[in-house]
Design a protein around this ligand. Sequence first.
Ligand code: 8YV
Length: 306
Amino acid sequence: MMGPIPLAQAEELEKIFHIHRLWQAQDPEKKLKEVRNDITGVVSTAWFGVSGKLIKALPNLEIISHFGVGYDNVDVLAAKKRGVIVTNTPDVLTDDTADVGMGLVLAVFRRLVEGDIYVRSGQWAKKGALPMGRGLRGKKMGIVGLGRIGQAVAKRAQAFGIEVSYHGPKKKKGVAYPFHAGLEALAKASDILMITCPYNADTHHLINAKVLKALGKQGVLINIARGKIVDEKALIDALENGVVYGAGLDVFENEPDVPSALCRLDNVVLQPHVGSATAETRAAMAQLVVDNLRLYFEKAEVLTPV
Ligand code: 8YV
């Protein structure tokens, strides 16, 4: 195990396998040298990935069971070349992650976090009403990456009276929302730009200064996908200079370090990568991690290969 998963499922794993917890080892390099020939499966997480170098160091590795839907920190190409199977945990986290996306929209437009601080710090009594927020009905949301999570956000947005359109590598069959082939065109047509695409070489810094300028002074960027999809420096610049109205961010370029410039801004709402962080969903994700490993070693099958 490269990193932790919830206790109940870690205990279940322990009943079936002999577990080495690499992140807890005093000297992980030394530990790896000792056990490398014994390792047949690896559990990875969003903050503890699997490099090509690690795959090379494990000659008997057969499967990487990743705890999370996004597997950008697993070298899938190196794994495939070696015939190592990689699984992830899709579907079970879709709703909770989409909820955080809408939560960030609400928090930014209705100033919910500012309001909380306003009450707690006694400013309400001293200064009177909080400056007004903005309503959601009739706003336009552009979704970047209309996959499982993007579609779940779209459904929620529609319930709030928000109009949805989207951008992605190609138009989706059977989807009625308007498609924009160009990202800047989508940003221009949107009040809210919602990032739900995977992170890869094609989406690195996809949201740059040009896209933010197209989103415009009244535009809000929401990122519940991966920090590196957004050029964070360009975003800070846009937020500081009123190029965009605000942002709601659950993910950052260099987690858990968040630039102090972002923390100083009051037109942003920040969350510590909690899209899937409910007891129910994390348990379901961890169960998939366990079930993929168990099934693989019992029957050479897996439930959710990438
Ligand atoms: C993490 C996530 O996996 O699923 C993803 O892609 O980013 C999160 O759900 C979770 O924090 C566990 O590593």
